[in-house]
Design a protein around this ligand. Structure first.
Ligand code: IMP
Length: 184
């Protein structure tokens, strides 16, 4: 039987994957872990738009860490496949990176190509340290070796939406995560 909360975005159906409660519990743990690592430091949160904005809002509050917040934006996927090329649409603010303990907040590391392109640009600005936190990690899809420090959930290489992540502009508002349904 199909789950009652199966949803349709454009032409695709998605099934419930991770509930709001499960996500919140894990985000609380990640926040505590960040606090333990960085409470004595000089944290500066750099948030990857657009997908990480909801995760970052919850993570910051869970971490109880003060510190600056800034946003960066790289070019995103078209549809559900990576195009491979990564452009920097909104670059990092140097004054919020130099000599800071940067907490880089990402929604998902999939192929890793975005981070492979972005991390050297961030390091050029002279952070004291970089801690990469991602809500989701798809190691089976990874095509670049990325030093991910904290992972919310390791997931299979299937497309997901919700909790800030979209499919072609839809689904960011969903409080839970949904996975693309491949069989009907
Ligand atoms: P990567 O460069 O392949 O690691 O992908 C990075 C970006 O692709 C993420 O920040 C997301 O914006 C997007 N992306 C990758 N997989 C998914 C997914 O399953 N759902 C929604 N967006 C995704």
């Amino acid at each position: 039987m199909l789950p009652p909360d199966r949803i349709k975005l454009h032409e695709y159906y998605f099934r419930p994957f991770l509930s709001q409660a499960v996500i919140q519990e894990r985000v609380t743990e990640l926040g505590n872990e960040l606090n333990a690592r960085l409470a004595a430091g000089n944290p500066s949160f750099v948030i990857m738009l657009k997908g990480a904005f909801i995760f970052a809002a919850d993570l910051l509050r869970a971490s109880r860490l003060g510190g600056e917040v800034s946003f960066v934006r790289t070019s995103s996927y078209v549809g559900t496949e990576t195009g491979g090329e990564v452009k920097l649409l909104l670059p990092p603010e140097e004054s919020l990176v130099r000599d800071k303990d940067v907490v880089l907040v990402e929604d998902i590391v999939d192929s890793g190509l975005t981070m492979q392109a972005f991390l050297p640009k961030l390091r050029e600005l002279g952070p004291r340290s970089v801690t990469l936190v991602t809500l989701l990690h798809k190691p089976e899809a990874q095509r670049a070796d990325i030093p991910v420090d904290l992972v919310g959930f390791t997931i299979p290489p299937k497309f997901v939406v919700g909790y800030g992540l979209d499919y072609d502009g839809l689904g960011r508002h969903l409080p839970a995560l949904y996975q693309l349904e491949e069989t009907y």
